[in-house]
Design a binder for this molecule. Structure first.
Ligand SMILES: C[S@@+](CC[C@H](N)C(=O)[O-])C[C@H]1O[C@@H](n2cnc3c(N)ncnc32)[C@H](O)[C@@H]1O
Length: 215
């Protein structure tokens, strides 16, 4: 089975558990576990909204949109068109459901499929791919395509390879049959150079490197 197929299967089965990281209604123990192991998920969400503000009147692309939390937040902050793409069908179902509940379905389009094939031929003011490169064997063509589709700002996250939680994460994903890719700072900078991204801010956030690229 290919890397993509295994990642897709994993997130199709894991969609509800992953999405629950964004919910506050859970036991103290689960909240503590999420805080230690997955606290970065909510931290990078808040940081991305700060980095992309103001969003009024903007168009956005979110690659590996998962359950649509970013897309919905973009639309709630005034974006006029948001496209989210993800190849896990259960994630896209959740994204559509959340968008309906938040009453932003008219501004959010969720596409079920692989990036970049599933994205329309149009450009966006800004784009994001958060918690996505953890599952991508070759990021260069993906970052290069995102750059072509984006006019102004691009926010990307890459998980650190040298970090105290990395060995446990590797074992957990191996055990679950899902490929996981971790990065050194040098490798991320090479990926950016090979993708043609030259101007960017570099932010260290918990177990991730965050890149805020200016195009
Ligand atoms: C950890 S989730 C992150 C979701 C969302 N960005 C967030 O942070 O809430 C990663 C998502 O990327 C999707 N994904 C990974 N590789 C993909 C690819 N090549 N094309 C489309 N989706 C992909 C997975 O299905 C999964 O839903």
């Amino acid at each position: 089975m290919s890397v993509e197929q295994r990642v897709q299967n994993h997130f199709h089965a894991d969609a509800h558990r992953f999405d629950a990281i964004y919910e506050d209604d859970k036991s103290l123990l689960v909240r503590w576990i999420d805080g230690v192991w997955r606290g970065v998920v909510r931290k990078r969400f808040e940081l991305t909204l700060e980095l992309l503000a103001p969003l009024t009147g903007k168009t956005l692309l979110d690659v590996g949109c998962g359950s649509g939390r970013y897309c919905i937040a973009y639309a709630e902050r005034g974006a006029t068109r948001v496209v989210g793409v993800d190849f896990a069908a259960a994630m896209i179902d959740l994204a559509n459901e959340h968008a309906r509940q938040a009453e932003v379905s008219d501004r959010c389009e969720f596409r079920a499929g692989i990036f970049p094939d599933a994205v329309p031929e149009e450009t966006f003011d800004a784009s994001s791919a958060m918690g996505f490169f953890d599952y991508v064997a070759d990021p260069v063509p993906i970052v290069a395509r995102m750059r072509e589709l984006t006019r102004s700002k691009m926010i990307l996250s890459f998980p650190k390879s040298r970090e105290w939680r990395a060995p446990v994460r590797r074992v957990r994903f191996w055990f679950n049959g899902c490929p996981l890719f971790l990065y050194s700072e040098q490798r991320v900078r090479e990926i950016l150079r090979e993708s043609g991204v030259t101007a960017y801010d570099w932010i260290e956030l918990d177990r991730d490197y965050i890149v805020a690229a200016r195009l």
